[in-house]
Design a protein around this ligand. Structure first.
Ligand code: CMP
Length: 139
């Protein structure tokens, strides 16, 4: 089925001027970027987005990192978009990411791992709703 997923190009990616290179991988895999904006999150934005990770030991560092520089938030659309994007992102830890994946190509470490993608269709809908107005999504 055609699905939508939320993608984030993280601070390590925008700092190293990798927006276009990562978008080329996304589009090369057949996913369409149907919404995109560059934003800078404050602590409240990051805390609401990552609320599910609040109890994790890496949570405070994650909020600091995600507010350290601009990010690019995107809606990707395509056949099986949630699973397809997770496949081309590669494993959370770039040391475990398969060759050719975005994280293998570009990520610095498990925190500065260049991209985020929703992990289920339900979470995708919730994350897209947090970050975009419906009028900003042009399929
Ligand atoms: P993401 O897919 O956005 O989901 C949560 C983020 O927390 C993750 O990517 C990493 O940026 C970060 N993260 C996940 N696990 C760890 C970890 N073990 N140590 C540090 N950061 C982590």
């Amino acid at each position: 089925a055609v699905e939508r997923t939320l993608s984030i190009l993280k601070p390590d990616a925008t700092e190293r001027n990798l927006t276009g290179k990562i978008n080329a991988v996304i589009e090369g895999a057949g996913l369409r970027i149907i919404a995109q904006k560059r934003v800078k999150w404050d602590a409240g934005d990051a805390a609401s987005f990552y609320a599910v990770h609040k109890a994790r030991p890496f949570y405070n560092d994650l909020v600091t990192y995600m507010t350290s520089a601009p990010i690019v938030v995107q809606v990707l659309e395509g056949e099986n978009a949630v699973a397809k994007y997770r496949e081309i992102m590669g494993a959370t830890n770039p040391e475990n990411a398969a060759d050719g994946t975005i994280r293998k190509l570009f990520a610095e470490n498990i925190e500065r791992n260049s991209v985020h993608g929703s992990d289920s269709a339900d979470n995708a809908a919730q994350e897209i709703g947090l970050v975009f107005q419906e009028s900003e999504i042009v399929g």
